[in-house]
Every structure is written in C-alpha cells, then in structure tokens.
Design a protein around this ligand. Structure first.
Ligand code: 6DK
Ligand code: ZN
Length: 373
C-alpha cells in the first residue's frame, strides 16, 4: 500500500530508518569561566539539523543515564564512584580540587555527573537501536565526549568512555559481537584503544594528529606501531598525522589505502564513528582542514559496511559553525543524500608518507592492505 510522501505529511513512526539522541539536559556541565567544550556545541548542532528539517525526518530517541552495571563493562568501580562523587562535592572541595582536574584537562561542577551519565546513556541507546535493527543509522548529539576516558581515569574533557561502554553493552545484549570503531576526532582516543587493546572483537581505527609529547594526549599509545596486544594484536590501527593542516585529500587517501581495506576484511556487524569534528577547517584546537563534504564522503564509505548499521557519536569539535556544518553533511548522508562532490585534489607529502608507513605496518595483520601502496 502506498502512503503519501509529500514533505508536509508527517512520517509514520515505523517509516523512520534514522534516529538521533539529543537532550538539552547535557548542558548542566559548563565552565562559568569559558571553555571550548561548551553546551552550545550540541545545541548549535541540534538547531542546525532542525533548521535543515533533518530532525523531523529522524526518530528522536529518549536519553537516559548510563547504569552502573553498564559503565562497569569498561570502567572500574572506583572510577564510577569518582565521577558520581563530583555532584556531592562542596564548593570548597571544588575550589581545592581545581588544579587536580586542570592537570587532567577537565573542569567540573555540580551538573557534570548528570551530563556525563546522560551522554554515555545516550550513546548506548543510539547503538542499541541500530544493533537491534530498529533503525539503520543513528546520530548521538551528546557531550561531554568520551574517547579519552580510560577504564580507571577521566581526562581530556571526558568522564565515561561513551562509545566503549556502548560497544560492550551491544555485545552483551544483542547478537552483534564484531564492532568497528572509527575515530576521526583530531585527538587519539587513548581510552577507547585501551578498552579494547587486547580484544579482537572490536576493531579500533583512529586518524589523529600525533606529534609525540606535544599534541594531546601526548603518549606513545597513538603511534603507528601501537597495534594492540595479545589476541588483539592487529585490531588497533593508528594513522598518526605528523603535523597540522591535514585536508580532505589526506583523509580520503587514508580511507582508500588503509581504513576501508581493513574494514572490509574485518567485516564488522556494527560501525560506530567516534565523531569529533575538530579536524574540521576552522577548528583552533585541530588546525586541520576537513570540509563538510569530506566528512560526508567518509560517512558514505563507512555506510557500505555492516549492512549499513552505523552510529555517529559526537566527540570533540570546537568551532561552532564548523561542527554544525559538518554534522549537517554527515546527517544528510545518514538520510540517504549523496555527498557533495569534492574538487580534484591530491594528498600531501606528510600524509602520503604516513599512510605508506601505516600500510606497511598493517600489512602484517591484514592481507587486504598493500604494503607498497
Ligand atoms: N586543552 C577531544 O576533542 C578532547 O578529543 C581534546 C582534549 C584536549 C586537551 C588539551 C587542550 C585546552 C585547549 C584550549 C582551551 C582549553 C583547554 F574528547 C574530545 F572532546 F573529543 O587542548
Ligand atoms: Zn578531539
């Protein structure tokens, strides 16, 4: 039976194939003195998607706090209580601990715990909806971000590792076991790699700036030779850019030579994008030049995996216009629009050299990767 498809006719709930998570409640975490990881990051993205009439074509998924048993699939019990304790701190305790948090690149306030719980729960719900085949694709517009949060440490604007916890919950509650996490945030997701470093069931691939000792998170963990350990050897793939200024051409070159060949060989049942938009043109922290069309093309390529089961979870991204435009382009692809055509372009020398070195390293583990490419 044909249903009318005029845009003025609201979609029947069962017609939705794309969903999103957003709640203004996650604005309860903010720095009164100003900080790039601010509430407007998600409210602006949500506003842009609404103005573009995208949210009305997507199913809104209710958000809820992560449960303790879920968080403990990745985090220690100490860590859980460490984050919960933030909401019970007195003003004096908060002043006294400011330096401690600053050392970890964190700020905290009373509403921090609530926002962190919701952000993680939101990504869980976005992943479960796709893993249970209720929706094809979802976009989790959440904050605070998660990919730096380690099993026993909060750091780098992150409290719970939203994506890592969600991947574990999916494995526990659904038949889906093989999950790929593609992290295009400009920073290395040390927490996510740590969570799955020895686990072959979760493939972690990250493209990030890596100037050892100077670019956050600074350690050796994001290097191209950090490929996982034990049974997980080969299931962590780092593409470490040696300098600022990477472009669409550089990212697409890495996708062509390394990301997609490995992804196709791994054959995930679910793809989660740790989607920071801080490699976007105009981002002061990332200092790179990925365009909205560049993000659209990467999303489109990843949509070809896992029967189209794709979750986009927000991580970083600090230029409000850049993140809104990038999110719009990504959401357009989720909704089935073709990515804008990119102009002719070639990858730069630094990126070409990096991708070559990564391909050589990864060809030890993946027969699809050409070591000379
Ligand atoms: N601090 C992230 O984007 C977080 O990966 C990045 C964390 C960077 C910490 C070091 C740093 C600043 C910079 C400017 C002003 C204040 C603090 F987790 C994500 F959000 F995704 O650059
Ligand atoms: Zn980042």
């Amino acid at each position: 039976i044909e249903r009318p498809r005029a845009s003025s006719v609201p979609l029947h709930p069962s017609d939705f194939t794309v969903g999103y998570v957003y709640s203004a409640e996650m604005t309860s975490h903010f720095s009164p003195t100003g900080h790039p990881e601010k509430p407007e990051r998600i409210s602006n993205i949500y506003h842009a998607l609404t103005v573009a009439r995208y949210t009305q074509k997507m199913k809104w998924l209710p958000i809820r706090p992560v449960r303790k048993e879920e968080a403990l699939l990745v985090h220690s019990e100490d860590h859980w209580y460490k984050v919960l304790a933030i909401q019970d701190m007195t003003d004096q305790e908060r002043i006294d601990s400011e330096e401690y948090y600053e050392q970890l690149s964190l700020y905290v306030m009373q509403g921090t715990t609530r926002a962190a719980l919701l952000s993680c729960g939101g990504v869980i719900e976005a992943c479960l909806a796709v893993a249970r085949n209720e929706l094809k694709k979802t976009f989790a517009i959440v904050r605070p971000p998660g990919h730096h949060a380690e099993p026993d440490e909060h750091m780098g604007f992150c409290f719970f590792n939203n994506v890592a916890v969600a991947a574990r919950v999916v494995q526990q509650l659904t038949p889906i076991k093989k999950i790929m996490i593609l992290d295009w945030d400009v920073h290395h997701g040390n927490g996510t790699q740590r969570a799955f470093n020895d686990d072959p069931s979760v493939l972690y691939i990250s493209l990030h700036r890596y100037e050892q000792g100077t670019f956050y998170p600074c350690g050796p963990f994001g290097g191209l030779q950090s490929c996982g350990e034990g049974p997980g050897l080969g299931y962590s793939v780092n593409i470490p850019w040696p300098e600022r200024g990477m472009t669409d051409a550089d990212y697409l070159h890495a996708f062509q030579k390394v990301v997609m060949p490995i992804a196709m060989e791994f054959a995930p049942e679910l793809v989660i994008i740790s989607s920071g938009f801080d490699a976007a043109h105009g981002d002061d922290l990332g200092e790179c030049h990925v365009s909205p069309a560049g993000y659209a093309h990467m999303t489109h390529m990843l949509s070809s995996l896992a029967g189209g089961r794709l979750v986009v979870a927000l991580e970083g991204g600090y230029n409000l216009d850049a993140i809104s435009n990038s999110a719009l382009a990504v959401a357009g692809v989720l909704l089935g629009e073709a990515p804008d055509q990119l102009p002719p372009m070639v990858a730069g020398e630094a990126a070409t050299e990096t991708v070559f070195l990564v391909a050589r390293e990864q060809s030890k583990y993946w027969k699809n990767v050409d070591p000379k490419a």
